[in-house]
Design a protein around this ligand. Structure first.
Ligand SMILES: C[S@@+](CC[C@H](N)C(=O)[O-])C[C@H]1O[C@@H](n2cnc3c(N)ncnc32)[C@H](O)[C@@H]1O
Length: 260
């Protein structure tokens, strides 16, 4: 599935806004987690599925002297990232229009591969993992940040709304050949493909820490009319108007190393 199908359906600017918000939302905890998992300043990092480059900027700003290769198979998003980052980071970032299931990257090359919210979009995650294994240096580390639908959002008070939203988002993802239940399979696939020192961690966005308003959907008239999401999103937004409601959203970090 071409990622452009998503922004053709929901609108390019809306998708940019969504990705920007999603990149910065709780990013400081993600950076701490990446450091805990061994990402260091001065690493050579491949960022798989870098999209419009908001997370690329976060990596460049937080890992001093690191060099980031941003790989994506969507030329429009890559060009957006290039325009945004090339001026200030030209000596530390480069852009590759490439497919992670069949890339032109050299063998044994990168210290770190980071893939954030990409695997849920892939039709063939095994092929992508094999490719990542090939291009990592021996001893190199892969960190996949992704979700699993059933672990994604827990509301207080418990309510069925989140299940409906999850189910609609999962159906939408499947209709585009993706898989929003990717989380449960990733570590096992990594084990089967011979990654070592496997680990899994979670970073949690909680509405009582990050502010309820930030968890609401940006609903405009057009989205409100959408038969798949309109009503659910409106109800979801209303949920945050209760003074005692809250939500926690789990971002899962899957870790493995290529053996030396
Ligand atoms: C949800 S965006 C994530 C962007 C960024 N990683 C972030 O966290 O903000 C997913 C990105 O993965 C890219 N992508 C999907 N399939 C890909 C593939 N086979 N090879 C390379 N990139 C891919 C899409 O083009 C899109 O830019």
């Amino acid at each position: 599935m071409a990622y452009s199908e998503i922004y053709k359906k929901i609108g390019f600017q809306r998708e940019l806004n969504r990705l920007q918000k999603q990149a910065y939302f709780g990013y400081d905890r993600e950076i701490k987690m990446l450091r805990n998992l061994g990402v260091e300043d001065e690493n050579l990092i491949l960022e798989v599925g870098s999209g419009p480059g908001f997370y690329t900027k976060i990596l460049l700003d937080n890992f001093n002297n690191s060099e980031v290769v941003s790989l994506d198979n969507d030329e429009t998003l890559l060009n957006f990232a290039l325009k945004m980052l090339n001026k200030d980071y030209s000596n530390r970032v480069s852009f590759m229009n490439d497919d992670i299931t069949n890339s032109s990257m050299p063998n044994d090359y990168f210290d770190i591969v980071v893939a954030r919210f990409v695997f849920q979009h892939l039709q063939d995650p095994i092929k992508a993992l094999k490719e990542i294994y090939r291009i990592l240096k021996p001893g190199g580390k892969v960190i996949i940040i992704d979700v699993d639908s059933e672990l994604w959002g827990l509301t207080y008070p418990k309510n069925n709304l989140i299940n409906q939203l999850n189910s609609s988002l999962s159906k939408f993802q499947s209709s585009l050949n993706g898989n929003r239940e990717i989380g449960r399979s990733l570590l096992t696939l990594m084990k089967l493909l011979k990654f070592k020192n496997l680990n899994i961690e979670a970073v949690i966005n909680h509405s009582d820490i990050l502010g309820k308003e930030n968890f609401k959907y940006n609903l405009d008239k057009e989205l409100e009319k959408d038969p798949r999401f309109g009503n659910i999103l409106k109800e979801y937004n209303d949920f945050f108007n209760l003074n005692y409601s809250s939500i926690m959203i789990l971002k899962l970090f899957f870790y493995g190393e290529k053996p030396i």
